[in-house]
Write a protein that binds this ligand. Sequence first.
Ligand code: AMP
Length: 516
Amino acid sequence: MNIAGTLVRAAQANAARPAVSHGNGVVLDYGELAEQVGRLAGAMRGSLGLERGDRVALVMTNCVAYLEVLYACWHAGLAAVPVNARLHPREFAYILEDSGARLVVASEDLVAAVGEAVSALSPEPRVLVAGSDEYRSRAHGDPVALAEVGPGDLAWLFYTSGTTGRPKGAMLTHRNMYSMTMNYLADVDVIDPAGCMIHAAPMSHGSGLYALPHVARGANNVIPESGGFNVDEALALIRTWPGCSFFLAPTMVTRLVNSDALATADLTNLKTIVYGGAPMYLADTLRALEVIGNRFVQIYGQGEAPMTISVLPKRLFEDRGHPRWHERLASAGIARTDVEVRIVDEDGEALGPGEVGEITCRGDVVMAGYWNNPGATAAALRDGWLWTGDVGAMDSEGFLTLKDRSKDMIISGGTNIYPREIEEVLLTHAAVFECAVIGRPHADWGEEVVAFVVPVPGEAVTADELDRLCLESIARFKRPRAYRFVEGLAKNNYGKILKTVLRDRLAGEDGNRPAP
Ligand code: AMP
């Protein structure tokens, strides 16, 4: 049941097909990738002294070696810990210590940061620099056979983005990895072996996970030379490679849509953009469809249930004539084929269509629990159901609409207010580029609504205009009582707005509260 078996089989059937490319050129075909992986796995279990089940951290920006290391871990019966490359060395240290990683594979650009992180640990894990002489010589040793692993064995320790606290390691098993691979093929998109996935988003997260179905199908994995998302580079790669797919965060989609270069770009080769991981507002989705065409799939999932709990496939984006097309586009789609979704109240009682509660789900997609954290595991996994911490509702046709993270919900005067609803309204103003709505403590109401607004560069927008706009579309009590106009919003590497930073900023403001 080893997920690396998909690579072994892909190499048997497609040895000469491109497996990993860098920029415009193929670097490894499937035969070569499988061979490298077998040899590196041999080094891990041999000279590097790792034992079955040991954790190997990947602190790497997207690079060719990413897939070699990932599959070598699995091939050798080890667990991979892909770490967000943009974290601070102190955060690297936390994840390395928490996971107990014995080996860290670092990309060259992160050697100093990794060095700083490991020096804080005792014992220090060993560091191997991807692409270094040592790496190359180790990848030339004797290959080992694919390790036998059980479906419940740990494959990927996925550290949550920690927007609300310390990151927790979601334990993803080989079964989870197979389930994710199968559900991409069943519900997300068709993969043509002649096509490719362009890894412009971090491979420690969605893009890396979606390499798996592409490897299983023997398709190409293209690593941009920049190792990240850059609009001009992405457009150039689309010109080069036929049948391209991307996994992007909504903020990346919006950057692509708003770029001047798009007007003259040739998108013939662009097959699919899968987006998810954070809300994409209706106004942005409509604009994206207009300028990029029907190439989108939306997914909703989390590290604890990767990649996807529900999906809005292309055919539903296409269904323009449907009377609730807009509502459907604003939703997170329908539950995937092998995932059960239930909206529940605080006691776990199932709620009816349209009723708002916590989103729970069940199926092979759900993690085994949090690493070394039985308390958090017991809170998240109850009677076989994953409590996602997301608040939402499901309509009678099975469309799931996300309201917000339960921790982001604002309770004012005893009533629940979902920031996303207000954000959707503010974004319909032509001069609003981005916004984020949060609650701040209020003596009488418990909390009151505050909006952070980033105006479109060169355009002006006032609090009065936005207030009028809100009064036209939502209940009075939901409208923001204060606005903060800012130049940008802090985001993490995965494009999620860090509302904690905004809350801290408000907490730091002294006696600066406008009258309600
Ligand atoms: P992560 O575990 O870092 O992938 O974050 C998962 C969280 O991102 C979910 O629990 C949701 O709060 C949010 N999220 C994921 N997909 C979507 C989506 N399609 N729409 C809105 N929020 C999403």
